[in-house]
Design a protein around this ligand. Structure first.
Ligand code: TPP
Ligand code: SF4
Length: 324
């Protein structure tokens, strides 16, 4: 059977996927951890988009949230704390055909991984980065992170955190090359699914912050917003999210926001109450880093030979007058 025919047969066989095709190990997160809902939203997205598991890779650092790749029946790379993004970039540059997702905690992305975060936004490679922001170091059992709220008592802030947290979406919007910035909340799973889906379809680097509950160490952080849906501000637009009637009945506080409007996105991002959720900013026209690359001639034996010959030629001692 020719390669083209066998690929065609594979495509037919894999035409329909079910959730089980993406479910792997049983998650070991605490009961009530917000990561569970995000995992399900992402597995639904993979099914809805019919992503071939063998063409999909989840990359993470270290943290509770970074266990994510273990729970996906796709390729995965559970790397080093703070280093998920450069690993994902390496994968994408060599295998642009893969669907690349990056999962980070707030410590992972906004503390030790900050330099990689800024530059990944700048490179604008085509991948979907999700930050599960619980405002705490969960895996290492309760240390303050850069997104911890003022006053939060933890092992490293026994008298309460006194520093203002950084706002990951405001920071990302401040980077000139940002092309997709969104915010979701784990307790609105349908919306989280839709936002990540839009990020997946964006050609470029999608940065999605998910407000995530950590009942173990910061249990009541979002209680007021969970209990009062009107304190969430849903952003909708014909070029953004379409809010379903069911969701709209519960979350009536909505704003029509054009994701092309970066200035309004910045204002919205700094809002804490109500908390904005949806697509804050999108620029679909910026070039991706990988599209700017010239074809890599070092990928083939002929390419390597021709490169070496060019280089060796520079050192060839030519007989006098040979250049004339
Ligand atoms: C280089 C390095 N520094 C520190 C650690 C210890 N460490 C592991 S996970 C973690 C923080 C986890 O917090 P976060 O990234 O917010 O993820 P969460 O566990 O809350 O999901 C730290 C400090 C490490 N593994 N490697
Ligand atoms: S410690 Fe917090 S973030 Fe980690 S699994 Fe438990 S609830 Fe989730």
């Amino acid at each position: 059977m020719s390669e083209a025919v066998s690929q065609c047969v594979m495509d037919l066989v894999n035409d329909d996927y079910v959730l089980e095709d993406y479910q792997s190990a049983v998650p070991r997160w605490c009961v009530g951890c917000g990561d569970h809902g995000v995992l399900t939203a992402v597995q639904r997205l993979c099914r809805d988009e019919k992503l071939p598991p063998e063409k999909t890779v989840f990359v993470s650092g270290i943290g509770c949230s970074s266990r994510f790749p273990h729970y996906m029946k796709t390729y995965g790379f559970h790397g080093l704390h703070g280093r998920a993004l450069p690993v994902a970039q390496g994968i994408k540059i060599k295998r642009p055909d893969l669907n690349v997702f990056v999962i980070m905690g707030d410590g992972d992305c906004c503390s030790i991984g900050t330099a990689h975060w800024i530059h990944a936004v700048r490179y604008n490679m085509n991948m979907t980065a999700i930050v599960l922001d619980n405002g705490i170091y969960g895996l290492t059992k309760n240390q303050a992170s850069p997104t911890s709220p003022v006053g939060m008592v933890s092992n490293t802030t026994p008298k309460g955190s006194h520093m203002e947290p950084i706002n990951p979406i405001s920071v990302t919007l401040g980077i000139g090359n940002a092309t997709f910035v969104a915010q979701a909340a784990d307790w609105i799973p349908d919306l989280t699914h839709d936002i990540i889906q839009q990020g997946f379809h964006h050609k470029g680097f999608s940065f999605i912050r998910v407000l995530q509950r950590c009942p173990e160490y910061l249990g009541h952080r979002y209680d007021e917003w969970v209990q009062d849906p009107q304190r969430m501000l849903l952003l909708k637009h014909e070029n953004g999210l379409d809010i379903s009637p069911d969701l709209g009945r519960i979350y009536r506080n909505q704003e029509v926001h054009d994701p092309a409007d970066r200035n309004r996105a910045r204002e919205l991002a700094s809002g804490h109450d109500p908390i904005p959720v949806g697509i804050l900013y999108r620029n679909p026209d910026a070039p991706c880093y990988e599209d700017r690359q010239v074809p890599d001639r070092m990928n083939t034996a002929e390419g390597v030979m021709s490169y070496l010959e060019t280089e060796f030629d520079k050192f060839t001692i030519k007989p006098a007058g040979a250049d004339e």
